[in-house]
Design a protein around this ligand. Structure first.
Ligand code: 5RP
Length: 231
């Protein structure tokens, strides 16, 4: 009799972090995202760090982990482009559109993704959705605009609240705040991203439609599935 043991979410993240190594281009600058799944990817990079001349990172947290491995971290302004950006997601749909920002790094993630020719999303199967919006949508905002943006989201049927850390508004790596918006069903991610990005006070909306995934490595109980998305 064959016994199978269900993998924990942490084990699924380890699996997909290791699977992403095959997308790393030896000798080229690598784009590295943020979050617990990306941390597994960074751990896996230890085995091939000699092949990586440097990385562009989307957060201070990832920068510290990369530097601890001895991988040089470059300022995004120092590079003209990167071949591959590896990052996680809070949600991903069947077209490669994502919600990101659960780790509050969405602005830098979008900037690094925009430098990259290929976005490789690494996620466990819990992140796969049919329609974006189940996960509270992170939006980085200028603090003085927070209240009016809460009202704008309410008009769309969303309930927005300032994200707190230790009882006070969380401050991002960019010195701004995060709104988390519950209750949205984002049927048209490209249109939604364009609209919300234009609201005064919005720094970055956590819908990644223009900077969508090109590939998603999805860790499931049956192994890592590869989803490829058309441009
Ligand atoms: C951080 C992000 C992360 O990619 C997203 O929150 C997924 O994180 P995790 O891998 O920990 O589930 O967007 O801003």
């Amino acid at each position: 009799m064959t016994m199978t043991t269900a993998l924990t979410q942490d084990q699924l993240k380890t699996l997909v972090g290791q699977a992403a190594l095959r997308y790393v281009v030896p000798g080229e600058i690598l784009g590295v995202g943020t979050g617990s799944t990306v941390n597994k990817f960074i751990d896996a990079l230890a085995g091939i760090k000699g092949q990586i001349p440097g990385a562009v990172s989307s957060s201070q947290a990832s920068t510290q982990r990369l530097q601890a491995l001895g991988i040089p971290v470059l300022d995004a302004n120092e590079v003209q482009g990167i071949s591959v950006y590896v990052d996680g997601a809070d949600e991903i749909d069947g077209r490669g559109f994502m919600v990101k920002g659960g780790g509050a790094a969405l602005t830098r993630e979008k900037i690094v993704a925009a430098l990259a020719r290929r976005f490789v999303c690494i996620a466990d199967v819990s992140k796969r959705v049919e329609v974006l919006g189940r996960f509270p949508l992170p939006v980085e905002v200028i603090p003085m605009a927070a209240a009016q943006l809460v009202r704008r989201f309410a008009a769309l049927g969303g309930a927005a609240a300032v994200r707190l850390a230790d009882g006070v508004p969380l401050v991002t790596d960019n010195g701004q705040h995060i709104l988390d918006v519950r209750g949205l069903a984002i049927a048209d991610p490209p249109g939604f991203e364009i609209e919300v990005s234009q609201w005064p006070g919005v720094v970055t909306v956590g819908v990644f439609a223009r900077q969508k995934a090109d590939v998603c490595l999805l860790a499931t109980a049956a192994g890592v599935q590869t989803m490829e998305f058309a441009a």
